[in-house]
Design a protein around this ligand. Sequence first.
Ligand SMILES: *Cc1c(COP(=O)(O)O)cnc(C)c1O
Length: 394
Amino acid sequence: MSSLTSGLKRETWLPYGRQWIDEADIQAVTAVLRSDYLTTGPKIEAFESKLARQVGAKYAVAFANGTAALHGACCAAGIGPGDEVITSPLTFAASANCVLYQQATPVFADIDASTYNLDPAKTAELINSRTKAIIPVDFTGQPADLRTIRALAHEHGLLVIEDAAHALGAFYEGEPVGGISDMTMFSLHPVKHITSGEGGIITTNSEDLYEKLLQFRCHGIVRERAKLIHEAHGPWYHEMQSLGYNYRMTDLQAALAESQLEKLPMFVAKRREIATQYDEAFGAMKVLQIPWQSSEGVSSWHLYVIQLRLEQLSAGRKQIFEELIALNIGVNVHYIPVYYHPYYEQLGYSRGLCPQAERLYERILTLPLFPAMTAADVRDVIAAVKGVTERYAC
Ligand SMILES: *Cc1c(COP(=O)(O)O)cnc(C)c1O
């Protein structure tokens, strides 16, 4: 560490994200431990209906995690071998892996250089007769260009599966994210807006997709008499009609998620407040660029991603990253373009595919942002980022 910045070192590590658990959450979970059902009990439906109502969707299906939920959405969408699904390269691998799980092909469309979300014009260029769906990602919590993507999907008969892992509590053109796309996925991992330890959920307004999601989550099993293929052998009778999985969420998790949901407006407000403080502190700096926000959406601020202006700096992103880590500021990088991963390389994807995403990847840093950050934490981040980057201004 340089003696010039060592005075900025925090005594404790500040992660980029972490959960907020209070006494009400703990009591909600312990109440389930004392109840009859640890899994598939009353808490699942209670959480599902509460979340559906909150985001303005008719139905919601909770899953063991967000990745399982995306897998379910791809299956419900009828995606299979030979199909193509267009998604963003600037995301967590799960947004594309869910397509591979169905033996279909993820196709990466480049991002828009200002919003960092899927570029609808680049998406349109990649649509062909094999395309079945589009998976836009609401990167950092800023909704993708959902109106244009929905129009494209409608024109070509595609489904939109929105990866809103970052966007619970976000709005698009005045509507909450969750009731807009054919299916919307939220993740309940501890770094996300609300948590159930591990968990995910799909919202939809389609009864047909809802029923397919329920079946997929529980082994492909059907119990409802009216929907049986064979005649019931007796009261015990049920049928496995498709190859599903055990992707259920437990009641312990659903109780935690339901309790957390009460705090969502407060969580988002706190995140927004910190993002505003960052905007004010960094907005006029020459060496970096703050995240641009489109007027169509209102971000829920899962991540605060700065872009280094490398032309104005004599140090690279790696050095700045390492110096901030040495000061106990838990910066991160979201994301390595999905197709850079060796598994994708081996499938035939290669560098150069999405130049905007690749350029951005060289320049980004995610700063700590979570509701439990104190005013002193925020001041530490601002001082460290300014101190480290401005030293290399050229
Ligand atoms: C977190 C995340 C997921 C996966 O969610 P899990 O609950 O961790 O499985 C998918 N997509 C994006 C963009 C994410 O950030």
